[in-house]
Structure formats: structure tokens, C-alpha cells
Design a protein. Structure first.
Length: 426
């Protein structure tokens, strides 16, 4: 197994919403019971459709709390139903006094505005949520983000290498560089030395959490132009982070950056591992062939794609779709390996590299692992790379990260309109 145990660039997202607004009604509003401190049990368990149905039933009955409204908005954002979330928010706001400042609420709507490219409004919400670094980045952003030309065209970019992770050649501000593909990354990442070379400066700085729970400082800025094959993408949000950990020894060439999910969100994106290429097509519903498998997923925080899967004997759990765990298929907390009936320890751990530096991790064989109905056997798991705090930090239970080795036999398409991951095997 490669000693590069994955990038796993994960900025821990906000806690679950606690308070929002009372329900819409044409009649005078009655007093609304204040929510309890804990969240919806269905939401915590990751049963999002069931939780949404329960919210709707409570609202229809007229017997609900402001927590019910908060939970529904949270689920709509997870489902990427942004316009519906806004309409529901505004309808409820008409019948209530402005709520007290709530950082979780502010961060949620900052994310909604960011996904819709309203960066100025997003900056105000981030600032109210206490995230000054993100607020500064977005309020100082120049031009329309992710401005693509030619429009309505498809770009195909060959992998220079596929293992231990896919690497592609890009042009950043007219300078060629090698970038890793990693859906565990949020924005496009630039190595600080390379960023300085191409004239990109940090607007603000923040701290991120990475594999093994390691933390590292990172700058936030803007890249004027990124070229991928025949496609030019202008005004790209970027993070400045040291990529020298991912050495030429592992990839056969120096790595200057990373392509992450916030870029892929703007396209119908396919990581075609068998054909060795990245395909960026215009957004729209993915074609699902007779032999393909479409798996529902949800989008938490700014870039965290989660879907249902199982490890060994475990029950269904939500797994993060993070392709950046080099040379392995899975990492997770000890709770999931215990459920799976897999013994793990760090007694014979190896030193690996993550986005925050060196980590200790040990490999184990996975008897079977699945995502939706797709199952694989005899793959490699890694214990020690999963940040312990990440298990409950999203407001629902996260069972682990499913990664590169699992997806390696497939062309993997991310459809952010229908919120499906399509797996196609040649």
C-alpha cells in the first residue's frame, strides 16, 4: 500500500441548526414551543427523506416547533434544493419576529448564497457566523465566479497517472502545473510557492482539519484563470496549502495543486478511471445506462458528498465520498470497524502524509464494502486517517470515508442536479 494515506482535506462544517422560524399560516400565529437542544433523531441517523416527511407531517398537523422548521430547511440544503429552502425560509419569516443571531443559521445561508454565486450576501452571512476569513475572501472577489468558456462545451483531460491518485495537467494563469484530483478537497488548492509564481495572493487565512485530525493554516484567495484542456474557467476561489507533502516520488512529477468538489459542482463531472480521463460536461441530468448504477447522495457544508454504504457486518451508514485516500478504499472511526467485525489497532502503524502533515495509520483488509447496491471485496482500509471529531460534527452520524480504490474500476459521474452518483463499469 502507498504510504500516501490520502489528502482528506476536510474543513469541519457547522453544527446542526437549532432554531429558526415558526410555520407559515394564514391565521394569527400562536406561540411556538421552543425546540429542545437535541436535533431530530431521524436527521441525526442520516434518514433524510424520512426526516423531511416527518417535518411535513408535523407542519400539516399544526403541531410543531421552530425546530421542525429548522430541520426541514437543513434537509432541503442537504438535498441541494436551494430555491425551495429560501422560499420556505421567507414564508416563515413573514410570521415571526427576527430570531436572535444564530451562527449555525447564518453559516447555513452563507452556504446557500455561495452555491448560488451571490458572494456578497454570502460574505455577510459568513461574517455573522463568525467566519471572517471566508467573509473577506468572498466580499473581495472580482468578477463572476467560475465563468466558463466556451460555454456549453465538454472538456476532456487525460490523467497523467491514475494511481495512487489521478493527476492532470492544467494551466493556472498561463503556467503549466500538475494537479491531483480529490473530491475531499473543497476549493481548488494551490501550493503557496506556485501561487506566488503565478501572482495569486491570499486575501485571508484560516485553519483547516485534515487526515488524522491534523490542522494546518491555509490562505484563501482567487485565481484569475484555470485552463483544463479546451476549457477556460475564470475567477476561481482557491485555497493556498502546501502540496509538497505529495512528492514527485509518489506521483512521478511535482504536484502544485488540487482540484476539488467546488469546481466539479459547476459541471456534470466524470472521473473515468478505466479510460484515464476527467470529463467536465455542462450541468444536467446524467445518462444512466442499463448496466449503470445511480446512487443518491447529499451535499453537506460546502463540498462534503455523503451516500449510504456498509462496511463488513455494519448496518447502513453514511459515507463521505472522498476520492483522495491514496491506495485505499476506506477509512473511518473505530466505531465502524467494531460494527463491521474488523479488528484494528495502531500497534504496527506506518507514517503517511495528509494535508496537515504526517499521520500514523495502519492498513487492514476489508472483507466487503458497498456503496448503495455496489459491493466490492478484498480492498484495503486504513485506520488512523479519519479525524475522530468528524464522526458527529455534521449534525448526523458519519460512518467513514469511501475512496479511491473502491471507485477505481468505474467511470464515476457526479450529477448535482438530480443528486445522484452514477457508476459505470466498462
Amino acid at each position: 500500500m502507498s504510504s500516501g494515506l490520502g489528502l482528506c482535506r476536510m474543513v469541519l462544517p457547522v453544527a446542526l441548526l437549532a432554531v429558526l422560524f415558526p410555520a407559515p399560516t394564514a391565521k394569527p400565529v400562536q406561540s411556538i414551543e421552543q425546540p429542545k437542544a437535541d436535533s431530530s433523531p431521524l436527521l441525526k441517523a442520516g434518514r433524510f427523506e424520512d426526516a423531511l416527511a416527518a417535518c411535513d407531517a408535523e407542519i400539516a398537523s399544526g403541531k410543531f416547533t421552530s425546530k421542525t422548521v429548522a430541520t426541514k430547511i437543513r434537509i432541503l440544503v442537504l438535498m441541494n434544493r436551494l430555491n425551495e429552502a429560501f422560499r420556505f425560509y421567507e414564508l416563515n419569516s413573514e410570521y415571526s419576529h427576527p430570531p436572535p443571531p444564530d451562527k449555525a443559521v447564518e453559516r447555513l445561508f452563507a452556504e446557500v448564497c455561495r452555491r448560488q454565486h451571490d458572494y456578497k450576501t454570502a460574505a455577510r452571512h459568513y461574517r455573522a457566523a463568525g467566519d471572517e476569513a471566508k467573509a473577506l475572501q468572498l466580499q473581495n472577489f472580482n468578477g463572476a465566479p467560475y465563468e466558463t468558456s466556451p460555454k456549453d462545451q465538454t472538456a476532456q483531460v487525460r490523467f497523467l497517472v491514475t494511481d495512487p491518485l489521478p493527476v492532470v495537467s492544467v494551466m493556472a494563469n498561463g503556467v503549466q502545473a500538475n494537479f491531483i484530483i480529490d473530491t475531499g478537497a473543497a476549493d481548488v488548492v494551490l501550493d503557496p510557492e506556485f501561487a506566488a509564481k503565478i501572482g495569486v495572493k491570499a486575501i485571508s487565512s484560516a485553519q483547516g482539519t485534515f487526515a488524522g485530525g491534523k490542522k494546518a493554516d491555509q490562505g484563501l484567495g482567487e485565481l484569475p484563470e484555470l485552463r483544463l484542456g479546451s476549457m477556460s474557467i475564470r475567477n476561481v476561489p482557491v485555497t493556498l496549502l502546501n502540496t509538497k507533502n505529495f512528492s514527485a516520488e509518489k506521483f512521478g512529477r511535482p504536484i502544485r495543486g488540487i482540484l476539488g468538489t467546488n469546481l466539479f459542482y459547476h459541471f456534470l463531472t466524470t472521473l473515468d478511471y478505466p479510460a484515464g480521463q476527467l470529463v467536465l460536461a455542462p450541468r444536467g441530468a446524467a445518462t444512466v445506462g442499463s448496466g449503470d448504477v445511480a446512487i443518491p447522495f447529499w451535499l453537506a457544508s460546502d463540498h462534503l458528498m455523503v451516500a449510504c454504504g456498509r462496511l463488513g457486518k455494519s448496518p447502513d451508514r453514511l459515507f463521505l465520498i472522498d476520492t483522495g485516500l491514496a491506495g485505499a478504499a476506506f477509512t473511518g472511526p473505530k466505531s465502524i470497524t467494531d460494527e463491521a467485525g474488523i479488528a484494528v489497532s495502531l500497534d504496527h502503524a506506518q507514517v503517511g502524509e495528509g494535508g496537515g502533515g504526517k499521520i500514523l495509520a495502519s492498513a487492514y483488509e476489508i472483507p466487503n464494502i458497498s456503496l448503495g447496491p455496489v459491493e466490492a471485496k478484498g480492498l484495503i482500509g486504513v485506520y488512523g486517517a479519519f479525524p475522530d471529531s468528524f464522526e458527529e460534527s455534521l449534525g448526523f452520524h458519519l460512518g467513514g470515508i469511501i475512496s479511491h480504490q473502491f471507485f477505481r474500476p468505474y467511470a464515476v459521474t457526479f450529477d448535482f442536479d438530480s443528486m445522484k452518483i452514477v457508476l459505470r463499469k466498462p
